[in-house]
Design a protein around this ligand. Sequence first.
Ligand SMILES: C[S@@+](CC[C@H](N)C(=O)[O-])C[C@H]1O[C@@H](n2cnc3c(N)ncnc32)[C@H](O)[C@@H]1O
Length: 196
Amino acid sequence: MKGKDYFNELAEQWDSLVTHDAEKIAAILDLVKIPAGGKVLDLGTGTGIMIPYLFNRTGPEGEITAVDEAEKMIAVAKRKFNYRNVRFLVGDVLEMALPATYFDCIMCYSMFPHFKEKQTAVIKLAAYLKKGGSFVVAHSQSREAINNLHKNAGGPVKEDSLPPLDTIRSYYRSAGLEVTEEIDNDRMFVVVGRKK
Ligand SMILES: C[S@@+](CC[C@H](N)C(=O)[O-])C[C@H]1O[C@@H](n2cnc3c(N)ncnc32)[C@H](O)[C@@H]1O
């Protein structure tokens, strides 16, 4: 089974399987400083958990592009959210051609471990950021908790791991991103890089 099939199977139950702490998400977004009217790429949006929080920061003048390769996840997200300025795209983000230097923020919330070629992914995605735009890897749990979760889930996600900070820093460097914020503790894992 591929990762996409795995998440498709979980789509209808996803919102009852995961819990998200609004306070932690607010703390993550405070670090990112998304401008009002900003353009955000919500990568691996799933059922759109981040959409209302991102909308809260961009405001109605902003634009959210929510991408997921699992079409059933996107179907749930579409049922939940009908904002004029949110567009949904189904597909592997690494196979899409998105506009260059377009986004103010690329948010990988609870999705970065699922990239197989992580450095290649960061380099490709950073090209979509405006100068000064933010690339964000964020989780509302510790790195250890995330890695154990995937190991215990088994199936196609069992090898999907969140690399240590040092490794993520080196990916960011190779993509022309300067690390501006990092948190690696028992409550959350966040690395924010700004495009130089
Ligand atoms: C663990 S889920 C998280 C979903 C959501 N961000 C949340 O926090 O509830 C990861 C999502 O990323 C998607 N995904 C993984 N790799 C992807 C890729 N290369 N392109 C698009 N979506 C991807 C999966 O289909 C899945 O829905």
